[in-house]
Design a protein around this ligand. Structure first.
Ligand SMILES: [Zn+2]
Ligand SMILES: [Zn+2]
Ligand SMILES: [Zn+2]
Length: 328
């Protein structure tokens, strides 16, 4: 994330802010620019009153670019659901800004928003099936229980994961959509990814079953970003894609606060044009220091992952896929 200023008083404004904390101006964000004053020219998103969405809508009464990608919202009569929805949308706005800046398509062939999110809570009746987070044909289902910190931490611990966040979830799930959207009509591109991630035609259900029964291979960390990535080439792609997003957003932020060298470009778009080997070098140096700072404060590790040369090569394949059609 880059840094933003209030258009009225020039004080710093942070990405989730709905108003300037210094002068009180009511502000709205547009992913192609920064913050503007909300008004007739810059109407607020229709979800602003409910979930504090701080983005600008194309016209009064309309949804913003991010909110239009949510087609199902949880039952708002259930206590706590408005807050959970709001937290998921905050992570999603960061994601949509990244996708927008990386020139990834945000519509399908008919011009409808894609991918779309369905945000659902588990049924009150505990005998009914739980909502499973996942992706199918451009629709991402997210169980809103993930927006509850205590529940998410309990799941993280039960699954033996080093990291579980809303940003991680949404970045992982959109990867499944873009795998199809960017390579579905391009057999050569699909083959190129198979050479890096393995054959995605392997039976998905069987592979997942085997993963949950047997766990990952002992030496998984040499070639995979996470143990879950070993389950199937689709999951390897999605896990690795999420880390490309983490590294790009993380480095852009670090660059904006002068935490990495000025030899790296400030702009996300320009950063994404640097080879992953170079980006990983800065990212690893930054995460080693931030891990230590976090631990000094008694927090969990900032970035509990190892980027092996094989993992960096996989990330480079994704970076190249994203930027391959950019007009330079
Ligand atoms: Zn201000
Ligand atoms: Zn919105
Ligand atoms: Zn997945």
């Amino acid at each position: 994330m880059r840094r933003f200023r209030c258009p009225s008083c020039q004080h710093e404004v942070f990405f989730p802010n709905t108003a300037c904390l210094y002068c009180g101006s009511v502000l709205g964000f547009a992913p192609g620019g920064g913050f503007s004053l909300i008004g007739d020219d810059n109407p607020a998103c229709a979800n602003r009153a409910t979930i504090d969405c701080n983005w600008i809508a194309p016209e009064p009464g309309a949804l913003c670019l991010s909110c239009r990608h949510t087609t199902v919202v949880p039952d708002l009569t259930v206590e706590g659901n408005v807050e959970k929805w709001a937290r998921i949308e905050t992570a999603k706005r960061r994601l949509i800004r990244l996708l927008y800046r990386l020139e990834l398509p945000l519509n399908d062939a008919e011009g409808n928003p894609a991918p779309v999110f369905e945000l659902k809570g588990d049924p009150i009746d505990t005998g009914k099936p739980r909502v499973l987070t996942g992706h199918e044909n451009g629709t991402i289902t997210l169980n809103i229980v993930e927006a509850d910190d205590a529940e998410r931490e309990a799941m993280r611990s039960a699954m033996g994961e080093p990291y579980r966040t809303l940003s991680g979830h949404v970045r992982h799930e959109v990867a499944h959509h873009y795998f199809e959207a960017l390579t579905g009509n391009d057999p050569a591109q699909r083959e190129a990814l198979r050479a890096v991630f393995g054959d995605d035609r392997a039976d998905y259900g069987e592979a997942l079953k085997a993963h949950y029964e047997n766990g990952p291979p002992a030496d998984w960390a040499q070639s995979f970003i996470s143990s879950y990535a070993t389950a199937h080439p689709y999951e390897d792609f999605a896990e690795t894609w999420a880390h490309v997003m983490h590294v790009l957003d993380g480095l852009e932020t670090a660059r904006a606060f002068s935490l990495v060298g000025a030899d790296l470009p400030e702009d996300l778009h320009d950063l994404a044009l640097r080879p992953m080997e170079r980006l990983a070098e800065s990212w690893v140096a930054l995460s080693v220091s931030l891990n230590a700072v976090n631990q000094a404060m008694g927090h969990e590790t900032f970035y509990p992952f190892v980027l092996s040369p094989t993992v960096i090569a996989k990330m480079e394949a994704i970076r190249a896929l994203i930027t391959r059609n950019w007009q330079l």
